[in-house]
Write a protein that binds this ligand. Structure first.
Ligand code: ZN
Length: 288
């Protein structure tokens, strides 16, 4: 599994006892700042047992926590952005993200099994340039949705993105239309599509494929919104509460179907796939 900056979690200085922290044994919760045993933290799906803060996952952790063991087959992993606008400093930033994460772009996609049922899957990784959607991320999401149609299996997409990638300008914005058209294709083929908002799901991603799923789930306290909080508040006629971009408020506003704790995500998705995809499993073997 690639290392996505795990050192961030470890206390950098001496512990309160004055002894240095053995590297890798402890992590600090980003919510309540309590020090946790790394093994307990990992066993609890990187959720703090004290304050329930859901820490961000990389794509491979998300796959491992959600789908059947060793069932994920990655596809389109070699797609790389061509830097269509030759945007200043884009290439070095993109190269740095590639070497940091081991990914070619911010989305990993493929097929997997969920409680022994086939699914077409895409996962955004916030660690790659904020999970931003450029031409490659948009293409992978589109292919994931189309793969669901072609293979007659449900589609699950985990969103974790700050929005469209500014360095690809209009090409990024075009992905909003492209991915949304692919969702419509799923709908016309009777393919269930479930999206999961994780922290954060923002801007052009929220405004395209993320929010037009058949069922929309979110992790607790995930940041969900279109513009940033400061800009949004400036544009509002009525005063919004401070938590107006948190999943709990979004749920109360009717935009989400359910908030699901990470430990329950696999079983919840499994139940949805079992119910919504029942008509697809009758007579058609989909994934080897
Ligand atoms: Zn905590």
């Amino acid at each position: 599994m690639p290392d996505f900056g795990a050192a961030h979690w470890y206390p950098q200085g001496p512990m309160r006892s004055g002894k240095p922290s053995p590297a890798g044994r402890f992590v600090q919760c980003q919510g309540c700042k309590k020090t946790l045993f790394a093994t307990d933290f990992e066993a609890n799906f990187k959720v703090c047992p004290y304050c329930s803060h859901h820490h961000r996952l990389n794509w491979s952790e998300r796959i491992a926590y959600t789908f059947d063991e060793d069932s994920f087959q990655e596809m389109d992993a070699d797609l790389v952005s061509s830097d269509p606008l030759a945007f200043p400093d884009y290439k070095p930033k993109h190269d740095a993200a590639r070497s940091k994460t081991g990914m070619e772009d911010s989305v990993a996609c493929g097929i997997a099994r969920l409680i022994d049922m086939p699914v077409s899957v895409a996962v955004s990784d916030f660690h790659f340039m904020g999970g931003s959607m450029g031409s490659v991320a948009g293409e992978k999401v589109t292919r994931t949705l189309e793969r669901g149609c072609d293979m007659r299996c449900p589609v699950i997409i985990f969103c974790a993105s700050g929005g469209a990638r500014m360095q690809e300008g209009l090409v990024s914005l075009m992905q909003m239309a492209k991915t949304t058209a692919a969702v419509e294709r799923c709908r016309s083929h009777g393919i269930p599509y479930i999206s999961v908002f994780t922290d954060p799901t923002m801007a052009g991603v929220l405004a395209s494929y993320a929010s037009v799923a058949d069922v929309i789930l979110a992790e607790p306290k995930a940041l969900v919104g279109f513009a940033g909080a400061r800009v949004s508040k400036q544009a509002q006629v009525v005063k919004a509460p401070d938590d107006f971009q948190q999943a709990e408020w979004v749920l109360r506003s009717g935009m989400l179907d359910r908030i699901v704790e990470r430990r329950d995500m696999r079983s919840t998705l499994g139940e949805l796939v079992r119910m919504l995809g029942a008509h697809l499993r009758q007579g058609a073997a989909v994934v080897a």
